[in-house]
Design a protein. Structure first.
Length: 565
C-alpha cells in the first residue's frame, strides 16, 4: 500500500508499519478508561493482515477500535492506484462521519498486522455517545475533522465533466453543500479525466458522470440519485404521514426537529439541498452563544442532525417542496419527485435564497466562476487565486475571513460607505487586520471580464471612476429572498414575500384571505397549525441564535395548539 507523504510516528514493535501522527486532532488515542467504556458495549475480534474490516461502499459499518496490531484506512484497496490515508495502532478508532449519518464508506479499513479490535455496532455507539459526553465529543470531533481531511484529499466520489456544464456545477455544489468528499476532474484541463472516460468507454457527450467506490458509474445523475447511491436519507414510500413536518433543515428547522422529536412527535424534516441551510456553508460562526472560539456551520449542522436523530426525527434530503394543499385540517406537501407528505402540524423553515447581482454576463460565468457559498470545496477550487467577495453583511464578512486563508488575495466590494453598517463589529475588526484583504467601500460591480472563465471584474467607485481588478472567482452575498413559492398562496405574506406570523398575519395583503376568530400565537401563520421560523419569517433578525430559539418556541406553541384543538 502506498502512503501519502506525511510525517510519521514509528512503533517500537519490530516490523510494525508507520502510524499516522495525530497532527490535527483527527486521530486521538483512547486511554484505558475510555477503552474500558467501549469494551462494555463491544465485542472483541481477531484481525488478520489484508482482510478488510469494511470496504468502500459498505453501509451500516461498525466502529472498530484497535487493541493490538495496526489497521490502515485505504482508498482503492486492491487497485493499482490504492493509497493509504492513515494507519492506526492501539487505542485508535476507525471510521469517519458517514458511520454516524448512514452514508456508505468512502474507504476500506484493512489490517496491516495481526491483532485484535473492539467492535461496537453503530446503534450501541449512538447510545454510548448520548450517555458518555467525553467519548461522544472525542469521537464526533475526530469524525468531523476526518471528513474535512477526506474532502481536502479528494477521497470519495469522482465527478467528471466540463467546467462549462450546468449539470457538472450542480453535482459539485450538491457534494459541497452535503459535505460529501469528492474529486472534480475537469475535461478541459485534466488529462486524467479524458483517460478515465476512455477506460470506462464513456463518450464526453454523456458527461458529467459520477464514479463511486471505483466501480459504480452514474451518467448525469440527479441529486436524488447521487444521494441514494451514497446513502443519504431519501424517501422510501410515495406518500408519507407524520405528526410534525419541518420544511427546511437550516438552524431553525434543525432546532424544531430536536425539540419536536424530544416531545414525542413523529417528526419528518425535508430540505431541497442539504442539512444546515445557508449556515451550513459558513466557515465559522463566532457569535453563537456558548462557543467563544466559534464553530463551523458544518459542525453545528452535524451535531444538530445527530441530536435530532437520537430523539427519533427522520430526514429526507434532497426533497424539494413544490406545492401545498389543505383538506379538512390536514396539510399535504407535494415534493418534486411526485411523492407527498401529509401532516396536521407544519413548521416552515425553508429559509431564503441568495439574490443574484444585476450584472451583464452573470449567467455565462455562473457555471465556472460565480459562487453563492464559501465552504471548503469552493476554497479548494480557487486556491492561490485572486477572488472577489460582493456584499457587506455578516455572510460576506465570514466568507472573506475564510477565503483569505486559501486565496492569494480577497477584494471586498461593498456598496455601503461604512463596513459596520450591516456587519458585526467583531468581523469588521477581524477583516481589517488581514493583510491579503482589500476593502472597497461605496463601490459597485459593473462588469465581469473573461472568455470561458472569469479573469477580472470592472468596478466604479464613489466618483464613478472605472477600475479593473484581477479575479478568478466571484463570491456573492447581497441578501436573500424568501423560499415561499411552494406555499401555493395559502398563507399571508408581506410585501417582500416573507411569511407573516402572529398578529401581523391578520393584516390583509394582496388577495383577500379568509380571516378566523382564533387567537394566533407569536410564530403561527394565517392558517392554524402552520408556523414559520428563521429567515423565511417576516421580521426575523436573520441570526443563527434567533433561528434556533424560534425553532424551539414553535414546537411549544404547536403542542399547545394540539392540546387546544
Amino acid at each position: 500500500m502506498s502512503t501519502r507523504p506525511m510525517s510519521e510516528e514509528r512503533s517500537s514493535e519490530p516490523g510494525a508499519p508507520a502510524e499516522t501522527p495525530d497532527t490535527y486532532g483527527a486521530f486521538p488515542r483512547l486511554d484505558d478508561a475510555q477503552l474500558a467504556a467501549l469494551a462494555a458495549v463491544a465485542d472483541e475480534r481477531a484481525i488478520r493482515p489484508g482482510e478488510p474490516l469494511f470496504a468502500e461502499g459498505d453501509r451500516n459499518c461498525d466502529l472498530y477500535t484497535v487493541l493490538d496490531g495496526y489497521v490502515a484506512s485505504v482508498e482503492g484497496f486492491g487497485a493499482p492506484a490504492e493509497r493509504t490515508i492513515a494507519v492506526h495502532g492501539r487505542g485508535r478508532f476507525l471510521g469517519e462521519l458517514g458511520l454516524l449519518t448512514g452514508e456508505a464508506a468512502f474507504f476500506s479499513a484493512v489490517p496491516a498486522m495481526a491483532g485484535r479490535v473492539l467492535v461496537v455496532p453503530v446503534d450501541r455507539l449512538r447510545d454510548l455517545i448520548a450517555r458518555n459526553p467525553t467519548i461522544g465529543d472525542l469521537v464526533l470531533r475526530a469524525f468531523l475533522i476526518r471528513r474535512s481531511i477526506l474532502i481536502g484529499l479528494g477521497v470519495g466520489m469522482r465527478i467528471v465533466g466540463s467546467r462549462y456544464s450546468p449539470d457538472a456545477r450542480r453535482l459539485r455544489e450538491f457534494a459541497a453543500r452535503n459535505r460529501v468528499p469528492a474529486q472534480w476532474l475537469d475535461l478541459e484541463h485534466d488529462k486524467t479525466a479524458e483517460d478515465l472516460l476512455k477506460l470506462l468507454e464513456v463518450d464526453p457527450s454523456q458527461t458529467p458522470i459520477v464514479i463511486l467506490y471505483g466501480r459504480q458509474v452514474l451518467r448525469n445523475p440527479s441529486n436524488a440519485e447521487v444521494a441514494a447511491a451514497i446513502g443519504l436519507p431519501a424517501p422510501t414510500a410515495p406518500q408519507t404521514a407524520c405528526e410534525l413536518l419541518v420544511v427546511g433543515a437550516g438552524p431553525a428547522g434543525l432546532s424544531t426537529a430536536v425539540y419536536g422529536a424530544s416531545e414525542g412527535l413523529d417528526t419528518l424534516v425535508l430540505d431541497a439541498a442539504a442539512i444546515g441551510g445557508q449556515a451550513g456553508t459558513s466557515s465559522r460562526i463566532e457569535n453563537y452563544l456558548g462557543f467563544p472560539s466559534g464553530l463551523s456551520g458544518t459542525e453545528l449542522a452535524i451535531r444538530a442532525e445527530l441530536q435530532a436523530r437520537k430523539f427519533g426525527a427522520r430526514f429526507t434530503v434532497p426533497a424539494e417542496a413544490v406545492s401545498t394543499e389543505l383538506d379538512c385540517g390536514h396539510w399535504t406537501v407535494r415534493l418534486g419527485d411526485g411523492s407527498s407528505v401529509t401532516t396536521k402540524l407544519v413548521v416552515i423553515a425553508s429559509g431564503a435564497r441568495y439574490r443574484r447581482p444585476d450584472v451583464p454576463r452573470l449567467e455565462h460565468f455562473e457555471p465556472t466562476s460565480v459562487y453563492y457559498a464559501a465552504s471548503q470545496a469552493e476554497a479548494l477550487a480557487c486556491r492561490a487565486d485572486p477572488v472577489v467577495v460582493l456584499g457587506g453583511g455578516n455572510s460576506a464578512g465570514q466568507a472573506t475571513v475564510f477565503l483569505s486563508e486559501h486565496a492569494a488575495h480577497v477584494t471586498m466590494i461593498v456598496a455601503e460607505h461604512d463596513l459596520s453598517e450591516h456587519m458585526s463589529r467583531y468581523l469588521v475588526n477581524q477583516i481589517r487586520r488581514i493583510p491579503n484583504v482589500t476593502i472597497l467601500l461605496g463601490t459597485q460591480l459593473r462588469e465581469l471580464i473573461g472568455d470561458a472563465a472569469l479573469e477580472a471584474v470592472a468596478l466604479t467607485d464613489q466618483a464613478s471612476e472605472r477600475r479593473v481588478i484581477a479575479a478568478r472567482a466571484l463570491f456573492v452575498f447581497i441578501g436573500a429572498g424568501p423560499a415561499t413559492e411552494w406555499l401555493s398562496g395559502l398563507l399571508a405574506l408581506d410585501e417582500n414575500g416573507f411569511v407573516r406570523t402572529g398578529q401581523d398575519a391578520e393584516a390583509p395583503i394582496g388577495a383577500s384571505l379568509p380571516q378566523t376568530l382564533w387567537r394566533r400565537s407569536a410564530l403561527e401563520t394565517s392558517q392554524p397549525g402552520v408556523f414559520a421560523v428563521g429567515d423565511v419569517r417576516s421580521g426575523s433578525t436573520k441570526r443563527v441564535a434567533t433561528a434556533v430559539g424560534e425553532g424551539a418556541m414553535a414546537v411549544r406553541l404547536a403542542v399547545e395548539r394540539v392540546h387546544r384543538a
